[in-house]
Design a protein around this ligand. Structure first.
Ligand code: GRF
Length: 226
């Protein structure tokens, strides 16, 4: 079955763009395509990016992002959902219906610096204020709590003395762009799954960053850690 992916985004949509570019680069090997982009912000650049890529782009009013979201996703026969900088909570009927098929990218190493109210720059501000030396990006399955579902992949990013929330944000976003698209593709292809006991299956190595660095160096772009 070819995956029909919806991406929900509230902002600029650079993660959405990274997914679109990755799937375009996979060409015939892409496990599906992004058919729907939806945003709670009518002016979100993400909508324009989606439209340009040939997806249906929809601005969600309050009813559409709450009681109506499940119907919308079903109307578009959506098989998988990627949350790419989506700042609203997804209703429980949707997280239940797409259980194991809905992913989020978070700009820190969960479970640190996650949870309600921990989004966007607040995450990086907390990281800098806390004085940790490592942060990063996390891709996880979505459940009915903020930033809580099973972790699929993580990528560490250093925090240097003198860093600000803004400099950390740039470094983490770059890593999100590398990490999120291949994980979306692997889940869409059924290579990574969430089993009945809530465990992630299919990942041969949790060291994705090391894996990608090594395969870049050897030029083995097709090698995948799943
Ligand atoms: C990313 O850092 C994402 O993890 C966070 O918000 C940012 C969105 O960036 N939740 P973009 O809209 O994908 O450019």
């Amino acid at each position: 079955m070819t995956a029909r992916i919806a991406v929900l985004a509230s902002g600029g949509g650079s993660n959405l763009q990274a997914i679109l570019d990755h799937f375009a680069a996979l060409a015939d090997r892409a496990p599906g395509r992004v058919v729907l982009v939806a945003s709670d912000r009518p002016n979100a650049l993400a909508l324009e990016r989606g439209r340009r890529a040939g997806a249906t782009a929809i601005a969600l009013n309050e009813a559409a992002r709450t009681a109506g979201l499940r119907d919308l996703l079903e109307a578009h026969a959506i098989t998988h959902v990627a949350l790419a900088g989506y700042l609203r909570q997804v209703p429980a009927d949707v997280t239940t219906a797409w259980h194991g098929r809905m992913l989020n990218v978070h700009p820190a190493l969960l479970p640190a610096f996650g949870g309600k109210g921990m989004y966007g720059h607040r995450v990086h501000e907390a990281v800098v204020a806390c004085g940790v030396r490592v942060t990063g990006a996390t891709v996880h399955f979505v459940d009915d709590q903020y930033d809580h579902g099973a972790v699929i992949a993580q990528w560490p990013v250093p925090v240097f003395p003198g860093d600000t929330a803004a400099t950390v944000a740039v470094r983490v976003l770059e890593v999100e762009h590398q990490l999120f698209p291949p994980v979306v593709a692997a889940v869409a292809a059924g290579r990574i799954t969430l089993d009945a006991s809530g465990r992630v299956t299919g990942l041969r190595t949790p060291m994705l960053f090391a894996h990608f660095a090594a395969s870049d160096a050897s030029g083995a772009a097709d090698a995948a850690p799943w």
